[in-house]
Design a protein around this ligand. Sequence first.
Ligand SMILES: Cc1ncc(COP(=O)(O)O)c(C=O)c1O
Length: 371
Amino acid sequence: MIIPTNPFLNNSNEKFENDALVFPWDRAFFSSNGSTAIILTLRDLGIKKGSKIGVPAYICNSVPNCLIKHGYIPIYFDIEINFIPKHETINKLIHKRKIKALILVEYFGLFNIKINRFIKDIKAKNNIKVILDRCHSSFSGDFKISQLSRIDALVYSHRKTLRVFDGGCHLILSKSKLTNFHEIINIPRLSLFYIFHFIENFFYYTRLLNIYSEPIYKIRKMLKYFYKRKYKHINFQEKSKISNNLFSVLSNKNEIQKIKDTRRANYNFLIKELSQFKNKKFEIIHKKLSINETPQILPLLDLKGDLVSFLRKHCISAYHWPDFELPHIIKENKIMYSNSNYYNKSLICIPVHQSLKLEHLKYIISIMSKW
Ligand SMILES: Cc1ncc(COP(=O)(O)O)c(C=O)c1O
């Protein structure tokens, strides 16, 4: 099935700019995953193979791996303790190392005011393509093109926010070329995608097995380590393709609003409760959500060192990011990339996703109070 780029055109005469919740379909190109979207973005921005690309050191290795596989050279920089790079560091990369594009990450769907300000400053003084990686959270930040004028491209991996099979998506903001059509891929009800989710839900709801326990987590990590291809396959598709399940969410404004509201409410509830803890063995990193932030997770700093395994033992799916997927070169250079290594070890991701109910949140708080 083929759908027009603007599925709302028939029922709405309003300009997209007026509606921050409607995904700008005319500019979006859908693909299988975030790594594919990054490579397609570089191609669409005219960045030639062999070019150097600035990449934050606090990153999952699938990003630099896909760059290397497709002939680009990642040049790493450490982030500051506030999750934004230093101006001088980036200026040096632009002028001395001659990077042609800069990838910046909106970590966990947070810090978007700071990052927008940073991009404005960098773009005002330099001729560099800036790609904002919003793979962590689909509905964070502004969709209004007028607010994003300094950014050359946005990249998404919607499967990190929604239960979807695909999720790669990129929007070229600095070019007038728009996408004509999207092809919808129908995922059969008996596909592996649905079967895996059914099995996961079965164990979760029957409580026959703690699927978040440390041993299961270790097995999953091991399987991922051995079976995840170092270099993801990138499909240089000519047409924008979107799964029926992703389409059904992105084309539903009420659903998007509900997801945003739930994630924000979950985050705020946990912050409020955790702020009252007396004996603090953790630190809250980001206390107040700004109006446009839709969190992927709640980040905490573990000051003691075993919070993830403690929470997992109690069926809570906390994790470190990117954990064993931090690139080797970053792990080996602990002084040069000190903040990235520090966050990889001490930052803990606590779930706030839209499936959580109040009872789950209260349970997280009660377990945290025992730690
Ligand atoms: C910041 C960031 N960008 C891009 C990607 C790649 O996304 P995908 O796994 O969908 O290829 C990841 C993967 O974890 C990521 O963390």
